[in-house]
Design a protein around this ligand. Structure first.
Ligand code: AMP
Ligand code: MG
Length: 396
């Protein structure tokens, strides 16, 4: 039997020469989840002026320890007047500190009566004042290229008054499932048939990984149809993802159809689940052919498709799965193939514990339901309960 190939070598082949796509300018309103193609420099100080962190009274700290007349009222959103010496200003959270004042005291510590306020003497200069530019300074770097625009980044852009950003175009993906036995949900099963689980599962994962699905088709097990749909996919997509049909069975047509149109490498990987993997090209389109078993698809999507999407999106953080160490709550051993076990993570004060779903067979999709991570048990290893195992965290 030919020697199995390593996951690392397949990943290297997959990611070779992959570059981020074109840049497009879009409204920030529509930019959630997209990846910045350019670094953004702050143009404003945030906050734009000193303001109060509390509902209370603004004053000169040197005036504390006595009754002070309340000379103005400053609500958030209203410009203050200069603070007359020997007076204080009623101020509310977010209200701009009036010129002349240097300190805010919270209202709970102040006794107010007839337009006068008693300010205790023990207050510290600068208390409860949020300084101009404390969060962001104008002309300093705000966000780096390659940042995925999630909640805080979107808030930051808005804080700068920015309405449009340059982002990488989302990779266009065509998803083709194969197999004469596969029918869509909504149709009832005839003998020998099974519903298409891979299509919704991979659609969801690919969307999470930032892809735009431009084609989703099911392909019957015949050469001509497979060839026609692969050609169409190559004209519409940057990446073609197929499921099934890449083993060496007689009904595995993806291989032959792809060879007739472009170039193909069939990998036999030292991993479980998902030994067969097809990597190829038709014209400009890359092809990733995952095995048909839903679990192999799930694992293959995280191990291969996520790094590929990360690279196509110019997002270094997405291009690798975060790794963590956990204690195994199970015992297992491997032979020639590294095992990517589906595990739930329990975060305890003593550390992270990985719980494996009881049935790790590659046809058992239930094992992916509660999977927070893939515990990677290396080749030829015995892992005992309580032992350390490296996990790939399945997180965005
Ligand atoms: P294949 O790689 O085509 O030999 O398929 C391997 C196994 O996965 C077979 O048992 C198929 O029935 C099953 N399978 C293939 N495609 C799908 C799919 N889209 N949804 C659910 N099961 C599938
Ligand atoms: Mg098949």
């Amino acid at each position: 039997m030919a020697e199995l190939q390593s996951v690392e070598s397949a990943l290297e082949a997959l990611l070779k020469d992959v570059k981020a796509g074109e840049v497009e300018r879009i409204d920030c309103e529509a930019a959630a989840g997209r990846v910045l193609a350019e670094s953004v420099t702050a143009r404003l100080d945030v906050p734009p002026a000193d303001n109060s962190a509390m509902d209370g009274y603004a004053l000169r700290q040197a005036d504390a320890g006595q009754w002070l007349p309340i000379s103005q009222r400053i609500a958030a959103g209203h410009a203050p007047d200069s603070l007359a010496p020997g007076t204080c200003a009623r101020i509310f959270t977010g209200g701009e500190i009036p010129p002349g004042a240097d300190t805010v005291i919270m209202q709970e510590r102040v006794e107010a009566q007839d337009a006068q306020a008693y300010i205790p003497g023990d207050i510290t200069l600068g208390d409860n004042v949020r300084r101009r530019g404390r969060d962001v300074r104008a002309d300093t770097p705000l966000l780096e290229a390659g940042t995925r625009l999630e909640a805080a980044a979107l808030g930051h852009l808005a804080g700068q008054g920015i309405t449009q950003v340059g982002v990488y175009r989302r990779p266009r993906v065509a998803l083709l499932s194969t197999g004469d036995e596969i029918i869509e949900p909504g149709q009832s099963l005839a003998p020998g048939q099974i519903h298409n689980s891979n299509r919704p599962m991979l659609s969801r994962l690919l969307e999470r990984f930032g892809a735009e699905l431009v084609m989703r088709k099911h392909v019957a097990d015949d050469f001509a149809t497979t060839q026609r749909l692969l050609r169409e996919a190559s004209e519409r997509a940057d990446v073609i993802v197929t499921t099934g049909g890449v083993s060496v069975g007689e009904e595995d047509h993806v291989k032959h159809a792809l060879e007739s149109l472009g170039q193909l490498d069939l990998w036999q990987l030292a991993m479980r689940p998902g030994k067969p993997l097809a990597l190829g090209r038709i014209g400009q389109a890359r092809l990733v052919g995952l095995p048909g078993n839903p679990v192999s698809c799930f694992v293959g999507a995280w191990v291969y498709l996520r790094p590929l999407m990360g690279a196509l999106l110019g997002c270094p953080r997405m291009a690798m799965l975060p790794r963590l160490w956990a204690r195994a709550a199970f015992t297992t051993h491997t032979q020639a193939r590294r095992h990517y076990m589906r595990v739930g993570l329990e975060f305890t004060v003593e550390g992270i514990v990985a719980h494996a779903f009881a049935d790790q067979n590659s046809a058992v999709l239930s094992s992916c339901l509660e999977a927070d991570a893939l515990a990677v048990v290396p080749e030829h290893t015995t892992l005992n309960e309580g032992g350390r195992v490296e996990c790939l965290w399945l997180t965005d």
